[in-house]
Structures are given as structure tokens and as C-alpha cells.
Design a protein around this ligand. Structure first.
Ligand code: DGL
Length: 270
């Protein structure tokens, strides 16, 4: 009964935390590709190859279903993986769609035509690769009309988080929010389109102001996974151990994960 959670590094831990709380009886295997983070500045081929390698490692742990808890990989590699690479008995689910369903007030699987929604001005904060893929705008256009999206590529934030430099991460978040506000002074909603950013959610909210509703993915993804597993229980793989794997240095990654999640988190070598 195991499900895999993949990220380029520490960011997917925000999703892991939420899915573990929502589904306490399921074993989760986490794979952080800390040796190759950040993905957000890599090209599409590189992101595809690295993501496939991580997902294969999770199969070896008995996880037939993998949550790609990385927006960059979801935006840049997931479609190609689903169309050309995944065997029929495996699934990989991304983290974009639950977020867009929440923003557009849709239920899972609601495929009705795009319609007007309450929010009109949305700020998107994501990695450079996610922003340039325009995957968020594409998915949104299937569901909503008349929404103005201003996207801010947040260079440096993932690096700072991975290096454990909270002060730098905070300063970068504030400057990215300021840059976005120069182009969209009054967003109604802000999307944290990178799973690392919930670790800085407080800073985003403070810089944006209390009137801006900040959407982050962890709980939305947890709900949608719970829903998926009630419909597809056979996708719970044969694995039984919960473990956190990293391609980086396990001691260093454990220390940083513990610092950011403010609870003990231990990693072993992938
Ligand atoms: N957490 C990944 C995401 O959601 C970060 C990508 C990166 O490594 O740059 O996009």
C-alpha cells in the first residue's frame, strides 16, 4: 500500500506532509533529487530524463502511483511521460490540476466548457521553466474565461531554500512580489506554483498583503489523491515501507528538511 512522491528536492515535502496527514494508513516513499536541484533552470529534455529516473526508483519501492510533486516537472515533462513512457500499470499524477480546480471552483473531472469565475486578476509565482512552459495558463484556459494571469519567474528561491538560506529566500520572495506588483498592482489571488514556496508562504502573504488570497498546493493535492484512491484503490502499490530517499547527501538533506518543516525528517541515499 505505498504511493510515491517525487520532487527535485525539498519542496515536495510540503505535499508529503499533507498526504501523510490525510491518508495516515498509506505508506509514502519520498524521492528528492537534491543532487540535481533546481530543475527550474534546466531544459525540457533534462527535466524529462531526471524525472523518469526518479519515478523508476519509486517503482522499485513498490509504488505504482507517483505524485509528481514538482510543478516544473509537471509542467514540462508529465504530459510526455504519460503519452510516451509510462507502462499501462503505472500512473503519474501532477500537482497543477487540483490547484486550478480550486481556483476555478470546479469539482474533479468537471469537463464542462470554460466559464466566468469570481477571480479576475491572478498572480502566478513559479520557477522560470514553469513560467515559460505556460502550462498554468493553458490548463486555466480549459476551465475559465476572462482571468488575467501575471506570472513571475522566481529565480533563486529554490536554490536558497535548498541551501538552507532562509534569509536570502525571504529577500528574494519580497523582491519577486514587488516586481509582480509593478505589473499587476492589485491581484485578488496568488498561486504558489512551486512546491518549495509553501515553505515561504508566510513571506509571500506578508508581501502581498492580507487582501490577497494565497493558494498553495499541499492540501488540495492531498484531497485530490484521497479522492483518486477511492476510485482507483488498485493503484496502491505493493510497497510497505515509508522512507525518504535523496540523491544528495542524506545528512545534509535531513538537516535542511528538519529546519524547514520544523520537525525531524530523516533521509537515506536513493
Ligand atoms: N518544487 C519544484 C516545483 O514545484 C521546484 C523546481 C526546481 O527544482 O526548480 O517547481
Amino acid at each position: 500500500m505505498a504511493v510515491g512522491v517525487f520532487d527535485s528536492g525539498l519542496g515536495g515535502l510540503t505535499v508529503l506532509d499533507a498526504v501523510q496527514k490525510r491518508l495516515p494508513d498509506v505508506a509514502f516513499v519520498y524521492y528528492g533529487d537534491n543532487a540535481h536541484t533546481p530543475y527550474g533552470v534546466r531544459d525540457a529534455e533534462d527535466i524529462f530524463q531526471l524525472t523518469c529516473r526518479g519515478v523508476e526508483r519509486l517503482w522499485a519501492e513498490g509504488c505504482d502511483l507517483v505524485i509528481v510533486a514538482c510543478n516544473t516537472a509537471s509542467a514540462v515533462a508529465l504530459k510526455r511521460m504519460q503519452e510516451t513512457w509510462l507502462p499501462p500499470d503505472k500512473r503519474a499524477l501532477g500537482v497543477f490540476v487540483p490547484l486550478i480546480e480550486a481556483l476555478t471552483e470546479r469539482q474533479w473531472g468537471d469537463n464542462s466548457p470554460p466559464r466566468e469565475v469570481a477571480v479576475k486578476h491572478v498572480a502566478l509565482f513559479a520557477t522560470p521553466a514553469t513560467v515559460s512552459s505556460r502550462a498554468f495558463q493553458r490548463e486555466l484556459a480549459f476551465r475559465a474565461i476572462g482571468v488575467d494571469v501575471e506570472a513571475q519567474p522566481c529565480g533563486g528561491v529554490v536554490d536558497a531554500i535548498e541551501q538552507g538560506d532562509e534569509i536570502l529566500a525571504e529577500a528574494l520572495v519580497r523582491s519577486h512580489v514587488e516586481a509582480l506588483k509593478r505589473r499587476m498592482p492589485h491581484p485578488e489571488a496568488a498561486i504558489l506554483g512551486c512546491t518549495h514556496y509553501p515553505l515561504m508562504e508566510h513571506t509571500f502573504q506578508e508581501a502581498l498583503g492580507p487582501q490577497v488570497r494565497v493558494y498553495s498546493q499541499a492540501n488540495l493535492v492531498a484531497e485530490s489523491l484521497a479522492d483518486y484512491l477511492t476510485r482507483r484503490p488498485e493503484m496502491l502499490g505493493s510497497g510497505s515501507r515509508s522512507v525518504n530517499l535523496t540523491t544528495g547527501d542524506p545528512a545534509q538533506v535531513s538537516a535542511r528538511a528538519t529546519q524547514f518543516l520544523r520537525r525531524g525528517v530523516a533521509f537515506e541515499a536513493a
